[in-house]
Design a binder for this molecule. Structure first.
Ligand code: NDP
Ligand code: AOF
Length: 595
């Protein structure tokens, strides 16, 4: 899929022609228009890859013309700001950069901050600060320390028009903000209902209520989510596939929530050749069926208390940002009552089915008077083919300012808090605290390819290098192609997908000694990464005394597993590397003192 960044001629964006009197109002209008454009750009990666923090950037010249634009395609790919200054070329010098959100990583040569500084940007306007506490404020501080003027909406100046622009920045990263504030993923309840409020006929038949066009929109919604969830009854009634069939984009994990585990032996969701399925159930439910599902490649996770909140907290820990609920009314009511649903998306079809027993979108919430009804916020109406799409929020997007203080502010409030000192340090998603320990972190390394080819090459991440090494040195042109495909994959995620699926589908392309050498391959790559980036080495050394655990619940070799049952080889290798660095620094300290 091609990345699009182009010089835009949006009608919103005009040249700045300011008279003295209306200077500040016009400045605000121009800043607001460019920030809204940055937020629109940020949304462009939705559905292309797994959900991640969304970044967009517009470079505007002093005469108010767009010189370059960019957006983050996937986690671990070139920052939006770097793409935008590349597109703007020489026009970047002296220009203003508009960012929907403060960048995360600000250390090193390939970050958003370094791209803006090196391009000679004079002013940066930021829609919102980064919502994650460990990243909040760092990039802004760094840009200011480099002499760039930085204005943050809502902090440096306020007006209605800027407030609206700021809101578009909150909306485009609503999942991240909710995740940061509430420790559950952002959840959207989506349903299709007839004009008389039914989601199926009284027989349970529901195919179809909404039009084909509306259902294509649902595929897009799925593509922009980490997972789609339904209840056991929907599996029994509909035998759904829950795939995103809108093109080549991201496909979410399918989750089934069932207390009874009384599910059919044959179901579309048990075909995991394209997408995985996770069944969450009550501890001890139908052990033999659990085994059967496991034999089909379906992951089963047992809960002591199976309820929507526990399940969402669990998926938060697994790094999920956004979940689409496509369940029926019983589970929807339970999820709303547990306050885990943030947004509702309803397709209303101009059909009437009737039936006093036909199910409706939300079951019993225990309310008896209309005054108790939940009022949606920021409601939108859109016609999709013959249907009406009504969407809105059940909970306001938290106001970041008071809710999430920066790390510096936290230390001021409670000096005993040291976020870098728990005895076990978990890491997993690249944008979380210690995310730079992940193999998916966007830190390119230069390493020889291995095999007969000893030329040094650039690998966009440790994951690219590791996955490619599975096929290095194999005398088969398809293996060579595979190495090249992985090396040039647009994101670590894509590199992993190619590496893992080729290993499964064409095991003959995998080198014979792979199982014997894979740990060494990983160690070399990690060593290269941490030696190349001094700030990463410092973070690694700051963890001395703590056990490092990759919090991957499903990778039981490199990760720690859900309940500590994983071998955690990635954590172990990082600790081994840390000891090596410590040994080196104590030897060099000894040498200095004896010199
Ligand atoms: N038009 C539309 O948009 C949609 C329509 N439908 C229709 O809705 C009907 C099914 O509705 P419904 O039974 O409500 O839907 P679901 O199956 O989606 O949800 C209910 C099931 O969820 C499981 N569950 C697990 N934990 C809980 C919990 N804490 N609270 C509630 N349920 C829990 C149970 O499964 P178990 O019994 O296995 O333990 C329960 O039977 C079908 O006719 C289907 O066609 C469904 C989805 C969307
Ligand atoms: N009936 C109905 C929906 N039903 C939802 O879609 C699921 C089927 O998805 P799939 O098997 O992937 O096509 C089904 O189980 C239920 O969750 N959705 C809609 O947009 N419109 C509709 O009219």
């Amino acid at each position: 899929m091609a990345l699009s960044f182009r010089i835009c001629s949006s009608p919103l964006i005009c040249r700045a022609t300011l008279s003295n009197g209306d200077n500040s109002r016009n400045h605000h209008a121009i800043d607001a228009a460019f920030i809204r454009r940055a937020a629109d750009l940020a949304e462009m990666s939705a559905g292309l890859t797994s959900p991640h923090p969304n970044f967009g950037c517009v470079i505007a010249t002093s005469s108010g013309k767009v010189a370059g634009e960019g957006y983050l395609y996937a986690q671990g790919t070139k920052p939006a700001e770097a793409l935008a200054v590349e597109a703007a070329g020489e026009f970047s010098r002296g220009s203003t950069a508009y960012l929907n959100m403060e960048p995360g990583d600000c250390h090193g040569d390939h970050t958003a901050v370094s791209a803006l500084v090196q391009a000679g940007i004079e002013r940066v306007v930021v829609g919102i600060r980064h919502p994650l506490q460990h990243l909040r404020g760092s990039a802004i501080r760094e840009l200011r320390s480099q002499g760039i003027e930085v204005n943050v909406l809502g902090e440096d100046f306020e007006s209605k028009i800027l407030e609206d622009a700021r809101k578009s920045c909150l909306l485009v990263n609503a999942p991240l903000i909710h995740r940061a504030c509430s420790q559950v993923p952002f959840s959207v309840l989506k349903y299709a209902m007839t004009l008389d409020g039914k989601i199926a006929a009284s027989s349970g038949h529901a195919a179809w209520i909404s039009s084909k066009l509306s259902r294509t929109r649902v595929f897009e919604l799925r593509g922009g989510s980490d997972a789609v969830i339904v209840g056991g009854n929907t599996v029994r009634q509909d035998d759904p596939r829950l795939t995103a069939r809108h093109g080549q984009g991201h496909t979410p994990t399918r989750i089934v929530m069932t207390q009874s585990l009384d599910l059919p032996e044959e179901a579309n969701l048990w075909d995991v050749s394209e997408v995985s399925t996770i069944v969450v159930t009550q501890r001890g439910a139908r052990k033999s069926f659990q085994k059967y599902l496991a034999s089909k490649g379906v992951e089963v996770v047992e809960f002591d208390m199976l309820n929507p909140r526990e399940v969402m907290e669990y998926f938060h820990l697994r790094g999920y940002l956004s979940i689409l609920w496509e369940c029926g009314g019983t589970l929807a009511a339970s999820a709303i009552s547990s306050s885990v649903i943030h947004k509702v998306v309803a397709f209303v079809a101009p059909k009437i089915i009737g039936g006093s027993k036909a199910p409706s979108p939300v079951g019993d919430l225990g309310m008896v008077e209309m005054t108790q009804a939940l009022n949606l916020i920021d409601v939108c109406y859109e016609q999709v083919g013959p249907d009406m799409l009504v969407s809105g929020y059940l909970q306001p997007i938290p106001d970041l300012l008071p809710v999430i203080p920066s790390e510096d502010a936290t230390v001021e409030i409670d000096p005993s808090v040291d976020p870098f000192e728990p005895s076990i340090i978990f890491f997993y998603k690249t944008w979380d605290l210690y995310g730079s320990f992940s193999n998916f972190s966007p830190h390119p390394i230069r390493m020889p390819c291995g095999g007969e080819n000893d030329d040094y090459m650039t690998w966009s991440s440790v994951e690219h290098y590791y996955q490619a090494n599975k096929f290095v040195g194999v005398e088969n042109p398809m293996a060579h192609d595979c190495v090249e495909k992985i090396r040039t994959a647009r994101s670590p995620e894509e590199a992993a997908l190619i590496g893992r699926s080729t290993l499964r589908q064409k095991p003959e392309l995998v080198r014979n000694d792979w199982e014997d050498v894979k740990i060494e391959v990983m160690y070399k790559a990690l060593k290269c990464k941490f030696s190349t980036y001094p700030h990463l080495k410092s973070i690694l050394l700051s963890t001395v005394g703590s056990v490092l655990v990759e919090a991957s619940p499903h990778d039981l070799f490199w990760g720690g597993g859900r309940e500590g049952e994983g071998l955690n080889y990635l954590g172990r290798l990082l600790m081994q590397l840390r000891s090596e660095y410590l040994g080196e620094s104590s030897v060099s300290a000894e040498n200095t003192s004896s010199a």
